[in-house]
Design a protein around this ligand. Structure first.
Ligand code: FE2
Length: 190
């Protein structure tokens, strides 16, 4: 099987310096998710082994995606809430962003999991590959759409809104925000 839909989206998953947001922890997490999905695409397209258990492979990847996404989105929400309370970031934009995250966790990922449960019903090989390719392509498109900046044809994703805001913040405010985040992560770790 060619996994055409996956091949198509793979090009979009490369890290682009336009995605940098001045908060290195967020950049590292965004790069991490894009690299992870990119490797996932590569592994799916390069597998030729008849013994390969595609259902189990997808289950492992989706489990990791689920845990990684929840941790990252929580961190991003924490940063945005500090930006609202201390640095004037618009509350409506924060709420819009959190709603998008909630939809991802409570609707999008639930749908992906449902698609994947069908893989375990031992349907024919072509159908399993078709479902796996579609699910991965959907995941890749969601994350690309969330992180990306504006392009000739497409509007920017929601992360671009706070990126622009961070770029306009005074240097001392940015340092204060980073300190607050650091205190939060230390608390989280202890
Ligand atoms: Fe986000």
């Amino acid at each position: 099987m060619s996994y055409d839909c996956v091949k198509e989206i793979k090009e979009l998953l490369k890290w682009n310096d336009q995605y940098r947001c001045l908060v290195a922890l967020v950049d590292t997490q965004h790069k991490g998710i894009l690299d992870f999905i990119n490797d996932w695409c590569q592994q799916l397209m390069s597998t030729r082994d008849n013994q390969f258990d595609l259902a189990q492979f997808m289950e492992l990847k989706i489990g990791y995606l689920d845990r990684y996404s929840k941790t990252h989105l929580r961190f991003e929400e924490e940063m945005l809430s500090i930006m609202v309370t201390d640095f004037g970031f618009p509350k409506e934009e924060y709420e819009r962003h959190v709603t998008i995250h909630k939809r991802f966790i409570n609707e999008f990922m639930v749908n992906v999991n449902t698609q994947m449960q069908m893989l375990n019903q031992r349907m024919d090989k072509d159908m399993i590959e078709h479902l796996a390719g579609d699910a991965l392509s959907d995941v890749a498109r969601w994350w690309y759409g969330h992180i990306k900046g504006p392009t000739d044809k497409l509007l920017a994703g929601p992360d671009h809104v706070y990126r622009l805001y961070l770029q306009k913040m005074a240097a001392e405010d940015l340092v204060a925000l980073l300190n607050r985040l650091l205190q939060g992560t230390c608390k989280f770790a202890s």
